[in-house]
Design a protein around this ligand. Structure first.
Ligand SMILES: Cc1cc2nc3c(=O)[nH]c(=O)nc-3n(C[C@H](O)[C@H](O)[C@H](O)COP(=O)(O)OP(=O)(O)OC[C@H]3O[C@@H](n4cnc5c(N)ncnc54)[C@H](O)[C@@H]3O)c2cc1C
Length: 541
């Protein structure tokens, strides 16, 4: 602690830019701003770099993006020096990669770790930000750049008696660094979203007994993860620049895109044969490299949903368990689609029990387990795989005050309002990397992060070249952007569903579709057009 305080006091209290967060976004932003010659301070509440991959150390935690694109595109050196071992990298490897990048680019020295930013206030007199940390330090900056992540505010369920449990209890997004020993334990897992679906097969292989508490059955697609051969690695390294450039312009920042073809225009047998071929390849391509009507036309979506339902029936031996696992009543992929490694197969194990909370809801958590309306399950450990207060949560947990002392979370009380998902009216010189209203979580996030960091850096440079010191979106531009984001979402099946994309997993959170769904490439072009028109929609002073 003495060391930390000493480090703080030797750092400048007045800088060009403050960056919050040391994940992909914060690391890239710090690198970029430093290269521009800006002075900066950077804060991270964790003890090290990595963001998502620093916190989510649960067994099975893995990227669903292919490793070779789930990485920084800005540095050809990093690309050539780092070698991924698998198609889908697992948490330890991604964390090692981010550690390597931070080391190689000498970024760690810029950060104050173990330091949560608790508040930030726009000062009308100095036209800059006053950023306050939990340790009571205040730093003044021209710009505030949040790189706080979209999925970094862990969400625990409001189940009565949650604190009464006397066994071990963990949230997947705040997993102990020392690891967890499941041996000889009866483990209850609450939640079957992406994290639960990744963790359950591995916990089941190690624990005496696993009870899965499922509120909503989830669709899932096999990852079919595999090692990358030296030949494949060489090919990827040789072609990586072209692969990256393609990713920048696809719908979801991945090296594939929706086909220029609708499922409903093709013969059913052809569509099913194509789906089977893609299923065998594994990965998101099955859905997002597929027909272009799956997420907009319920009849097309039904074909994909029925395909997965048949797969579940084929995998799960007990028909009653299969029935409970089969998702119904909502379109496939309108909740975040997980990739799995043997999730449905896990329910064929003798030590795994599925509890359908729609039939027997949880009444309360008790000292030694979980009591449902059917029975009490005695447990030694509870794993909360209950996700995050997505996109707005990490920002709203900071007391961010703009003009007239307006609190950001109050401005956003009926849903986030942004211009381009990166700025918000009344909060000058604030930039949010992958903020609400940007594509963010709807694809390969490093692609999105890179575009935001570049755009923000160029925007700051523009302001400087104007001899100005302040940039702020107009209320009109913001309103038009919010209407556009909503209109695009309303043209899809997404808003019909209770999902974290809609804020539905957090009690009291407004039901607003949070990301921009027009596609990464389209969004990139829109942002570039705004910049080319001298930052149309912004006031620069
Ligand atoms: C389990 C899981 C799997 C995922 N899989 C994929 C995937 O397959 N593909 C994909 O593209 N994306 C995936 N994501 C999304 C993932 O979050 C992003 O890919 C990426 O890691 C985001 O980087 P980031 O820097 O924007 O945010 P993060 O990695 O979340 O980093 C934000 C950092 O900000 C810090 N922070 C927040 N608030 C404060 C504060 N007030 N003060 C100080 N520090 C603060 C946090 O501690 C955190 O370290 C996944 C997310 C999770 C949780």
């Amino acid at each position: 602690m003495a060391g930390a305080q000493q480090a703080q006091s030797s750092r400048p209290q007045e800088v060009d830019v403050v960056v919050i967060g040391a994940g992909f976004a914060g690391l890239h932003a710090v690198h970029r701003f430093r290269e521009m010659g800006l002075s900066l301070r950077a804060f991270e509440q964790g003890s090290g770099v990595g963001g998502t991959w620093y916190w989510n150390r649960y067994p099975g935690a893995s990227s669903d993006s292919e490793s070779w694109v789930y990485s920084f595109a800005f540095s050809p050196e990093l690309e050539q020096e780092w070698t991924w071992s698998k198609r889908f990298p697992e948490q330890p490897e991604i964390l090692a990669y981010l550690e390597f990048a931070a080391q190689r680019l000498d970024l760690k020295r810029e950060f104050d770790f173990d330091t949560r930013v608790s508040a930030a206030r726009f000062d009308e007199n100095t036209l800059g930000w006053q950023v306050t940390t939990e340790h009571g330090e205040t730093v003044r900056s021209r710009y505030l750049v949040t790189a706080v992540g979209c999925l970094s505010a862990a969400q625990l369920p409001a189940i009565p008696g949650r604190d009464d449990f006397t066994g071990e209890a963990y949230h997947t997004g705040q997993w102990p660094h020392a690891g967890v020993d499941f041996g000889g334990k009866r483990v209850g897992v609450i939640g079957t979203g992406s994290s639960g679906i990744q963790a359950i097969p591995i916990i089941a292989a190690a624990a005496t007994e696993v009870v899965v508490f499922q509120r909503t059955p989830n669709f899932s697609v096999p990852a079919r993860n595999h090692a990358l051969s030296p030949k494949r690695v060489a090919e990827l390294k040789q072609n990586i620049r072209e692969i990256r450039e393609a990713c920048r312009w696809t719908s979801i920042g991945q090296p594939y895109d929706l086909r220029d073809q609708a499922a409903l225009d093709r013969p059913r047998e052809e569509v099913l044969a194509q789906m089977e071929a893609d299923w065998q390849k594994g990965g998101f391509e099955w859905m997002f490299g597929s027909y272009n009507d799956l997420l907009v036309d319920p009849r097309a979506n039904d074909i994909a949903a029925d395909f997965v339902r048949d797969k579940i029936r084929g995998i799960v031996k007990d028909p009653e368990t299969a029935r409970r696992l089969i998702p119904t009543g909502y379109p496939i992929a309108t909740k975040r689609l997980p990739l799995d490694q043997g999730y449905f197969e896990t329910f064929n194990r003798d030590n795994v029990t599925l509890v359908d909370l729609r039939e027997t809801p949880i009444e309360r958590i008790v000292a030694d387990g979980v009591r449902t309306s059917g029975k009490t399950f005695e447990l030694d450990m509870l794993v909360f795989a209950t996700g995050f207060d997505a996109l707005t949560g990490p920002l709203n947990r900071i007391e961010i005050r703009g003009r007239n002392d307006q609190l950001l979370r109050e401005k956003w009380s009926e849903g986030p309002r942004t211009y381009l998902g990166v700025t918000t009216a009344g909060f000058p010189n604030l930039f949010m990397i992958t903020g609400p209203g940007s594509p963010s979580v709807l694809g390969n996030m490093p692609t999105s992060i890179e575009q935001h960091v570049d755009w923000i850096a160029e925007c700051m440079d523009f302001v400087r070249r104007q001899g100005s010191s302040l940039i702020e979106p107009s209320a009109d531009a913001e309103s038009q952007w919010c209407a556009h984001v909503k209109e695009l979402a309303d043209g899809t099946l997404f808003p019909q569903v209770d999902s974290w994309y809609m804020g539905a997993n957090v009690p009291g959170k407004p039901r607003v579709f949070l990301p921009y769904i027009g596609g990464f490439g389209t969004y990139r072009q829109l942002c570039s057009d705004v910049a080319a028109r001298d930052y149309e929609g912004f006031e620069v002073r």
